[in-house]
Ligand binder design. Structure first.
Ligand SMILES: Nc1ncnc2c1ncn2[C@@H]1O[C@H](COP(=O)(O)OP(=O)(O)OP(=O)(O)O)[C@@H](O)[C@H]1O
Length: 261
């Protein structure tokens, strides 16, 4: 058994190769602690989404270990996958692609809860058996009017859809949400609002985040600790305070240059 302190998710030397032999993720280790937002930054194609999919058990690892607290997720069997589905949720880049266009917002929002009926998050205390009230509560958490519950996705803006997806991810009270470029497809004016919402929700709920972006400014805003990825590897790791220190890797400095220009 792995000894844990504050760690929610630990990855040890995980590697994912694609058919051509290319290592999209090359021996990456990371640890995400309770209530923290770990940032992961790197340019397009460096392997960020592949790493996210590995941590979500959507890709089979070629090497390495993933631990959810004291549970080894790399020793895949149905029980551990079910546990991981409850504990680790995700929000991806394109909210339109993540919502079924034929389902009303209410039904998309409640999908995870409808599927895992045994989960009774404490924020629903007093109305655990009232599906409509639960849906209204979730929409309220992300600042969307309950009048949208009976709308279809095409009736909402991109930012509203992403809010619905954040609410759905939170609905089963996960320990960790993997946010893979959650604002990349949104207008700049909406991006800051979504980042602020994510921060407020983290303060309220104590959920951990892995925040993945090509945008160092967004990662720096969201995270106190960040990792820098290049060509499948972590080449640098620092706290927010050390981001501008002379010790930074050359590649981090290149990203900083873009950020400052
Ligand atoms: N299913 C796949 N089969 C083969 N190669 C893949 C597959 N998925 C990703 N890759 C390759 O793995 C590398 C990493 O891709 P990945 O999408 O993880 O990067 P990324 O940093 O998330 O990029 P972006 O931000 O553009 O999505 C790229 O070279 C990509 O072409």
């Amino acid at each position: 058994m792995k000894l844990v302190g504050n760690s929610i998710l630990t990855a040890k030397n995980i590697t994912k190769k694609y058919a051509c032999g290319h290592k999209a993720v090359d021996s990456i280790s990371l640890e995400i602690n309770k209530g923290e937002c770990l940032g992961l930054v790197g340019e397009s194609g460096c392997g960020k989404s592949t790493l996210a999919r590995c941590l979500l058990l959507l890709e089979r690892l070629d090497e390495g270990e993933i631990w959810l607290k004291e549970t080894p997720l790399h020793e895949v069997h149905r029980g551990t996958i079910r546990k991981a589905r409850k504990e680790i949720q995700a929000v991806f880049q394109n909210p339109t692609a993540s919502l079924n266009p034929k389902l009303k917002i209410m039904d998309s929002l409640m999908e995870a809860l409808d599927f895992q009926k045994d989960i009774q998050p404490c924020f629903f205390n007093g109305f655990q058996n009232d599906r409509l009230k639960k849906a209204e509560y979730l929409l309220d958490m992300v600042g969307i009017s309950k009048t949208y519950l009976h709308s279809y996705p095409h009736e909402l803006s991109g930012g509203q859809k992403q809010r619905v997806l954040i609410a759905r991810a939170l609905s089963i009270e996960p320990s960790l949400i993997i946010l893979d470029e959650p604002t990349a497809s949104l207008d700049v004016s909406i991006q800051a609002k979504i980042l602020n919402l994510l921060k407020d929700l983290q303060d309220q709920l104590g959920v951990s985040y892995l925040f993945i972006s090509h945008d160092l400014a967004a990662v720096n805003f969201m995270s106190n600790r960040m990792m820098v990825m290049q060509q499948g590897k972590i080449v640098d790791e620092c706290t927010k305070q050390d981001l501008f220190s002379d010790e930074r890797h050359t590649y981090t400095r290149q990203l900083l240059h873009v950020f400052e220009s």
